[in-house]
Design a protein around this ligand. Structure first.
Ligand code: SF4
Length: 450
């Protein structure tokens, strides 16, 4: 079957879409292995010209739309357009359909929604479509037809992640990405043991309750095999980035990984670290694997927002201590934060600014808070207080939060986001004078091959 895949996701950090996504990449490999012909385009906004060109090039028999919760409007427009030009079956999947399947099924032309981890759902569904007499009901795929809505249970979780093939990368334009920045991205597991109130992890975990172990990790050998395969194909790989937030939370797995990584790769490593999990033992271990960069979610300078609203169990003191440890170990840090979260105020934004000044991260990634559907914070307190913005994702793309609180209007939040981006090196929208100031450092980095 010829399948056109639309990755509808925001363009972050100036990175073009399509953007490598390990979950989608694994699905694409599985579909290719079953003989499907795949074409992938990325959309952060509806672009009629690109959709038309993809239709002409691909002549699809089916469209699969992988939809991010902050691009539902863009997906709606693209699917509407498809509906007016072609009579094509459309299946939706990805983060938004997983947490809001009924809403995804109401998008124009969508006849089926693959929920959760698509390896076990979408692949089987497409196999059934090939056989006109086979029943189409498949675990994890919601359907809408003349009879109404079919909502089958989810299948069990894939427990042995090593049994999955390596993720497809070429369709994402990975050679160009590596030539541009040299950073190989890889996922080492699925699921997360944390319970941050702004994250859809909890919603997914609950959906899968009773269907297997939620937090799973690939074996270190399997991860290193994939890194080796990608490095053999692309001489431009200069560093490795682990995408999982839960990467460093299991000590026994981490020991095995760091040993294998140091022995079989050794390139500068970047990963997520939980500030309350940065211990000197873990840091020594990670340094043995050439840890060079750490992304740390601080989210807010307000202990109240971080802990009472988002249940992160993470104090300012722990954050300060973690950054101190990381800097002493020579690890570059990137602080990740949201502004405009529930109960944000001018005072809490000032607290965030003061905390950042004390932490002195090498880079800051600051975004407006967006209440992702299915997350705890979106329901309580945002939904219950009537704070959800009627303009939804448009706000997020304009650097305004997706909630409106009388005590902290969106323009105040936007101003503070811009202030932080002007004061700190960022991965988003650095002002021209900062980029100019950073140019000699970038040049030095390039000369050192990093
Ligand atoms: S640590 Fe990351 S993935 Fe885990 S619950 Fe928190 S935000 Fe979600």
């Amino acid at each position: 079957m010829r399948i056109l895949i639309l990755q509808v996701a925001p363009q972050t950090r100036g990175r073009p879409i399509p953007r490598f996504d390990p979950r989608l990449g694994t699905l694409l490999t599985l579909l290719a292995e079953r003989g499907h012909e795949l074409h992938l385009i990325g959309l952060s906004r509806f672009d009629e010209g690109r959709v038309k060109a993809a239709l002409t090039r691909c002549l699809p028999q089916l469209v699969f739309a992988d939809i991010s919760p902050v691009c539902v409007g863009a997906a709606r427009r693209a699917l509407e357009f498809l509906g007016t030009r072609e009579f094509l079956p459309i299946v939706a999947g990805g983060a938004f359909p997983t947490v809001a399947p009924a809403e995804a099924l109401s998008l124009p032309g969508v006849a089926a929604v693959a929920i959760g981890e698509p390896d076990a759902t979408l692949v089987t569904y497409l196999e059934r479509l090939k056989d006109p007499v086979a029943p189409t009901a498949v675990r994890g795929v919601w359907l809408r037809d003349e009879q109404g809505l079919t909502r089958p249970q989810l299948p069990g979780l894939v427990e042995d992640l090593d049994s999955l093939p390596f993720a497809e990368r070429d369709l994402f334009g990975y050679a160009e990405w590596l030539a541009r920045c040299g950073e190989l991205e890889i996922a080492v597991g699925r699921g997360c043991p944390q319970h941050c109130g702004y994250c859809s992890n909890d919603a997914e975990r609950m959906m899968y309750e009773g269907r297997g172990v939620w937090v799973r990790r690939r074996s270190p050998g399997n991860v290193l095999d994939e890194i080796t395969v990608v490095r053999r194909r692309h001489a431009t790989v200069r560093s490795v980035r682990i995408l999982d937030h839960a990467f460093a939370l299991d000590d026994s797995w981490l020991v095995g990984f760091c040993e294998a990584y140091a022995r079989r790769c050794g390139l500068p490593l970047r990963c997520h670290l939980r500030a309350n999990a940065v211990t000197s033992t873990r840091l020594t271990l990670l340094r043995s694997a050439n840890l060079a960069d750490a992304d740390v979610e601080i989210i807010s300078g307000s202990d109240f927002i971080r802990n009472e609203i988002f249940a992160m169990d993470l104090s300012n003191a722990q954050i300060v201590a973690a950054f101190g440890e990381l800097h002493r170990a020579g690890v570059r840090t990137r602080a990740v934060l949201y502004l405009g979260s529930p109960y944000e105020s001018e005072a809490s934004m000032e607290d965030t600014l003061h905390l950042l000044r004390a932490l002195r991260p090498a880079r800051v990634d600051v975004r407006p808070y967006f209440p992702f559907p299915g997350t705890r914070a979106a329901a309580e307190p945002c939904g219950s207080n009537g704070w959800l913005s009627p303009r939804g994702e448009e706000e997020y793309h304009a650097d305004r939060p997706g909630i409106e609180m009388p005590a902290c209007r969106p323009p105040l939040v936007t101003a503070c986001i811009r202030r932080i981006r002007a004061e700190f090196a960022t991965t988003v929208s650095s002002p021209w004078w900062r980029r100019l100031r950073q140019a000699p450092q970038h040049l030095l980095k390039l000369m050192r091959g990093r």
